[in-house]
Each structure stands twice: as structure tokens, then as C-alpha cells.
Design a protein around this ligand. Sequence first.
Ligand code: SF4
Ligand code: SF4
Length: 150
Amino acid sequence: MFKGLWLVIKNMFRKPVTIQYPQERLQVAEKFRGRQFLRLDKCIGCHMCSEVCPEKCIKMVEKDEKGNDLPRNQHRPSVDYSACMFCNLCVDVCPADAILGTKEFKMPEESRNGLRYSPQRLNTIDDLSKVKVTDKRSAVAVKSAAAKAY
Ligand code: SF4
Ligand code: SF4
């Protein structure tokens, strides 16, 4: 009994390990893999991201809004995040630096369908500082791509 009581007293003065999310937020690790950000203007429609995806959750959009076939270089990836395992292979393989990793993890949806991200939706993000860029040139390009998208 005393052992248990001692444990309670000891923990009463400890700082809580939990936080009051969403009022308080922790910084995610530098290497955290969140959802992707797509630079529509940089994508060359090579299909490499969809081919490498181990979950087969990247589908290339091959038709325009009217249902007409687009030329291959205008195909753009869409991602089904209900199946994605956030391995970032799609980011690593992209030859045009068009699909980039981000630290974005907030993706609440009421249905699975809501987790299907079109190329246009992949091109938007609340906070640009969450996009992980590998060099300065990419950082400038991401800003200009996002500026066009908003
Ligand atoms: S992070 Fe991995 S599983 Fe998710 S879309 Fe990219 S390649 Fe596919
Ligand atoms: S995002 Fe990259 S890998 Fe995917 S189709 Fe576009 S250029 Fe190719």
C-alpha cells in the first residue's frame, strides 16, 4: 500500500507528459514525413511516382475536367491518403523535384473519399514553412508555385 501511495505522491509533482492539443503544439522532428506538396508547374508527367508507390495509392490524372485525354506530359498525380504509408518514395524518385515532402499531419476527414487528394489539392497547404525543400532554388520555386495556386 505504501509503495502505491509513494508512487502517487511522487507523480503529483511531475510535469505532465501530455499537452493540451490543439491549443498547445509540439514541434515535429526534422525528418518527419507528412503529406506531399505538388508543384504543378514542375511536374513533367513522367509517372515515376505512381510506378514506385508500394501502396499503389498514386493515380495519374490523365483527363481534363471535360473528360478529354491529356497528353502524357500533362498527366498529374493524385494521392489516396487512406492507403498511403508515408514512405516518401514518391518524393525521392521524382526527377523534377515536383513532389515534395511536408511536415503536415493534420488531415481530418469525415469519409475515406475526403482523403483522395487531387493534383490541385496537393498544390495547396496552409503553412508553406511545412514544405521540406532540399535547396534554396527549390524554396523560391515552391513559394512562387504556391503563390500562383492561391
Ligand atoms: S509516400 Fe509512399 S505510399 Fe505514400 S504516396 Fe508516396 S510512395 Fe505512395
Ligand atoms: S510528380 Fe514527379 S515523379 Fe510524379 S509524374 Fe510529376 S515529375 Fe514525374
